[in-house]
Structure formats: C-alpha cells, structure tokens
Design a protein around this ligand. Structure first.
Ligand code: FES
Ligand SMILES: [Fe+2]
Length: 386
C-alpha cells in the first residue's frame, strides 16, 4: 500500500507495455495521484496541442472567454482582424487575472491598477508608469499562447517550440475529410464538471465494452450484442491520434427508434455506413456520424477533476430544414442522457481507483484503444518522447 518513492521507474509500468492481450491498466496512482498528474502537466499538457473548443465560442470581434487548463488561466478572444487568439490571463504588472467569465469588450482593463490591453495583447494604458525609468509599454503586452485551428476547432499550445498543429494532426484531416468539418455549424455547447481523472474520461469515450452495460437503457436498449455482430476497427493514426470506426444502421447520435435527419450531404466512402470516433492525444475527443458530429473538450483541473464541454455540429442544409428545431431535441436527448451516464460511471471509477487498496487490472480485447492511449501517456511521462 502507499506510493513507491521511485514512482517513475519503468518497472512499475512494465505490464502496461505488454501486448493488449497480456496487458494491465496503469497503476491506480496514475489516475489519482498528484505526482503523476504534475508530470503529465509538465510533459504532456505543456507541450502538446490542447483542444479549447469550436471557434463559434467567440464568434464576433471582441468576444472573449476564459478557462483554466492544466493549471493555466487563459483568455480566448477574437481580435480586430477576426482571428481567435489566446493569452495568459495574467496582468504584466503584478499578475492579476484581467478577465473573468465570457463577454465582449474593446480592450481588457486589469481590475487592480487599470492597465489596459488591446485585443491584440498590446499594453495601451499604464497609469503613472511614465515616471518609471526605462519602462516601455511595448515590452509589456499580454503573454500570447499559440493558437491554431483545425477547421473551426481551436487548439492552444504552451510550448513556443512545438510542432505545428498541422504536423501534429498528420493525416487526420484526410480521415475526416468526408465530414467537411469546416462547413458544419456549432449548434450547442454544454459544460459539466466531473470528478474524475482526464484519462478515465478518454478511456471511457474510446471504449465500446461499456456501451451495452452503462448505456443498457439508452444507447444499447434492445441491442446488447451490436458490437459482437459488427466489431469496430481500431486504428493508431499516422498523426498523434487514434480512431475507431463502427459500422451501423441509422445515426449514432440518436436513441434507438428516435426520428432524425437524413445523412449530411457529400458523405463518401465508409462515412456513409457508420461512425468515426477519434481521440487526438492527449484528450481531444471527436465523434462523426452520418447526420452530425460532436466533440468533447476535456480541460484538466487536477488529478481527479475535469471541466467537460460537449459541442454538437450540424450541416447548414440540415439546419435550414423546417423541422430542424423540433427534431434536434432528439439529438439533445441522446447526448444529455449518455453524457450523464458516462459522467456518473467515470466518477464511480474514480472513487474506486483512488482507494489505497486499488490495483491495476487486466483488460478485454475490446479495449485496444485505451491500451494505445495508456502507452502514449507512458511514452511521455516515463519514456523520453517530448
Ligand atoms: S496587477 Fe494589473 S494593473 Fe496592477
Ligand atoms: Fe459511454
């Protein structure tokens, strides 16, 4: 019982490194301990591309929102050129947070001594600072964080020397090309706080072993053996992602028997016959089905807490339908029920895995993707991959 003092020795993770048939999960402290989380923050969240939502979160010039991501408070704002930008939410004077919540502004005024920053981050006002020798406003703009877009999805990176988002994605844009993500509109975004480790959430999203059990009364109602008849394919992508493709009738975004929309225009290839689920490492989750897409932002808040946001997107032709608002309720119902079912089971797992008596477990052959994810994490936390 208790944590070993040499926590990051590879010997504690050897069983995770085995082929999936022989593998175990990560040790419990990797899901519940602050030491492991601190190492993940340093080696993963501070170095990779982190998903902070659809650009429609800040649709107009001057729209801003704030968020906490792995210990960093950030402002996202649309600048005068219409470009989404990210800044550290920290005044260059004595560090106060300069924005709170969401809104629209022409400039940010620090609540402490009223230094003022433009939407481009430039310091434009600093009362009385003309008497401070050698102080130049142009040296004290907001600290900018790299923000790049995949379609309309915003990603930030805290590492100025990181690879570009395009390099990080690899061939993911080609894999998702049939869904024309650029054309889709964000229709709704809902937020939750969930008392679980970020990896607990990712593993659940990419795990179809739990669908007939956790979603027994909703997604899998009357259809318990669906995955045994049509086993999904699991792929490690040629980019920093993994993907699951599942062939099925109808839409994956509806409860069984619910009325929905026709498939999106321009779907081609296997996209017409099923759904593609993606985890862009470390924790960007994307689901693409025939009539819509949805994505999940996971903002790590600590070893055992995340902010979760779920965004649903539809094609403009679907949105233009006269029955859009009415039929949309069926999609909301499916998302609301399944997200709560997943949130609850993830909190239940977190509770058990946080016990000092908990041990690593064996896994089924339905969990190939969770296994890939655990090894991706270990490559960075224990191994030498930057
Ligand atoms: S801390 Fe912002 S103006 Fe002083
Ligand atoms: Fe689920």
């Amino acid at each position: 019982m208790g944590l070993p003092t040499d926590l990051f020795e590879p010997k504690y993770y050897a069983n995770v490194r085995r082929p999936v048939e022989d593998a175990e999960t990560l040790p419990p402290w990797a899901y519940a301990g602050k030491e492991f989380y601190a190492r993940e923050t340093e080696r993963i969240f501070n170095k990779t591309w982190n998903f902070v939502g659809h650009a429609a979160r800040i649709p107009n010039v001057g729209d801003y929102t704030t968020l906490d991501y792995a210990g960093a408070s950030l402002i996202l704002v649309r600048d005068r050129e219409g470009r989404p930008r990210a800044y550290a939410n920290s005044c260059r004077h004595r560090g106060a947070a300069i924005a709170e919540g969401s809104g629209n502004c022409r400039a940010f005024k620090c609540p402490y001594h009223h230094w003022i920053y433009g939407l481009d981050g430039a310091l434009t006002g600093a009362p009385e600072m003309e008497h401070t020798p050698g102080f130049t406003k142009s040296d004290h703009g907001l600290i900018e964080v790299k923000l790049e877009l995949f379609g309309q999805l915003m990603f930030v990176n805290f590492d100025p020397n990181s690879v570009s988002l395009a390099q990080y994605l690899g061939d993911l844009p080609q894999l998702l090309a049939p869904y024309a993500l650029d054309e889709l509109k964000l229709v709704r975004r809902t937020e939750y706080e969930v008392a679980c480790n970020w990896k607990v959430y990712v593993e659940n999203f990419m795990d179809y072993y739990h669908t007939p059990t956790v979603h027994q009364k909703s997604l899998a109602a009357g259809n318990l053996s669906v995955y045994h008849r049509n086993p999904p394919t699991a792929e490690r992508g040629k980019g920093e992602y993994m993907a699951l493709y599942a062939k099925h009738e109808g839409s994956a975004a509806l409860l069984p028997g619910a009325k929905g929309f026709p498939p999106m225009p321009k779907l081609s290839g296997r996209a017409k016959d099923g759904s593609t689920y993606v985890c862009l490492f470390p924790c960007t989750l994307m689901a693409q089905t025939k009539d819509c897409t949805w994505h999940v932002e996971i903002h790590p808040l600590g070893p055992d807490r995340i902010k979760l946001a779920v965004g649903g997107c539809f094609h403009p032709e679907t949105i233009a339908r006269p029955d859009f608002a009415e039929t949309l309720e069926n999609y909301y119902k499916r998302w609301d029920i399944s997200v709560i079912e997943d949130n609850e089971i993830n909190e239940i797992q977190q509770k058990g895995v946080s016990s000092p008596l908990a041990k690593a477990g064996r896994v089924s052959n339905f969990e190939a993707l969770s296994h890939i994810h655990r090894n991706w994490v270990l490559d960075r936390v224990i191994g030498n991959k930057a």
